[in-house]
Design a protein around this ligand. Structure first.
Ligand code: ADP
Ligand code: MG
Length: 267
């Protein structure tokens, strides 16, 4: 596909996902455009990973539609990937799973991901930051038009996370790809994103970072301070959407969210 700045890569229309009786996502409509960095924020259990998995075709929506531009290539960095530490597996070999890639392509992707020196290393011996860069390299192998990252900086310290986001911006500049990521690093999100989507089962609000930061819905979820990631875990879920929102569809209902895992990640 050819893409210019306003090319629509992916359009989601009225998406809904339900696991058993529990609706996890509802009324999600969203357009992703070429070159744009979009960040999804939201409490644990708010459906962020499910939304991303729908986009890559790993989760089938119960309702709505997802349409991708013809020939769209997506690179995906999952939230979790467990590799058996006893399994001998070099970075080079890992990049050739499940389908073989040339050494040149593997090296190019590693370079782009800032992991050029890791080619011959054992996966099990990589640090958290190195492992994330290798996952990024793997997502870049296809030279994606759309790069999707699910909490890619989880487990990295602050400088590590900041460096990772800088790397993402550089990749975007080099490949011209759009980026859709889930992140909890709020201050970095605010600095590095063109657009922020605040998700809590539905889209609570969305817009430019500074707009979203001012939105009632966002403040109800994340607080008003600049405490960064910690603010995420202090918020009160029992917010009401009685206000006008930034660009948000259908938030006129109340909802009491109950997410038992919310406070675990604050440690
Ligand atoms: P987030 O990424 O925002 O933390 P998820 O999308 O992972 O949220 O999960 C949203 C909700 O859906 C959670 O309550 C989770 O337990 C549930 N869920 C996710 N995947 C499945 C699945 N395959 N089967 C049943 N429930 C699921
Ligand atoms: Mg998740």
């Amino acid at each position: 596909m050819t893409q210019s700045k306003d090319t629509t890569l992916t359009r989601i229309t009225d998406l809904g996902v339900q696991f058993g009786d529990a609706p996890v996502l509802r009324n999600i409509s969203l357009t992703l455009r070429a070159g744009e960095i979009t960040t999804v924020v939201g409490p644990n259990g708010s459906g962020k990973s499910t939304l991303l998995r729908c986009l890559i075709g790993a989760q089938r929506p119960d309702r709505g539609e997802i349409s991708h531009a013809p020939g769209l290539r997506i690179g995906y960095v999952p939230q979790k990937l467990h590799i058996d530490p006893t399994l001998p597996l070099t970075v080079a070999r890992f990049l050739s799973l499940p389908s073989r890639v040339s050494a040149a392509a593997a090296r190019e992707a590693l370079d782009r991901a800032g992991a050029g020196d890791l080619y011959g290393r054992q996966m099990a011996r990589l640090s958290g930051g190195q492992f994330q860069r290798v996952l990024l390299a793997r997502a870049l192998l296809s030279r994606p038009h759309l790069l999707i990252l699910d909490e890619a900086t989880q487990g990295l310290d602050q400088p590590g996370a900041a460096a990772f986001y800088q790397r993402i911006e550089q990749v975007r500049a080099e490949l011209g790809c759009a980026v859709l990521m889930v992140s909890h690093d709020l201050h970095v999100v605010m600095a590095a994103s063109d657009r922020v989507i605040c998700l809590n089962g539905h889209i609570c609000c969305e817009g430019a970072p500074e707009q979203v930061a001012q939105a009632e819905e966002y403040r109800a979820l994340f607080g008003t301070g600049t405490q960064g990631a910690l603010a995420l875990y202090r918020h009160d879920h029992n917010h009401r959407h009685d206000h006008d929102h930034v660009h948000g569809p259908g938030c006129a209902h109340d909802h009491d969210h109950d997410h038992p895992h919310d406070h675990e990640a604050a440690e």
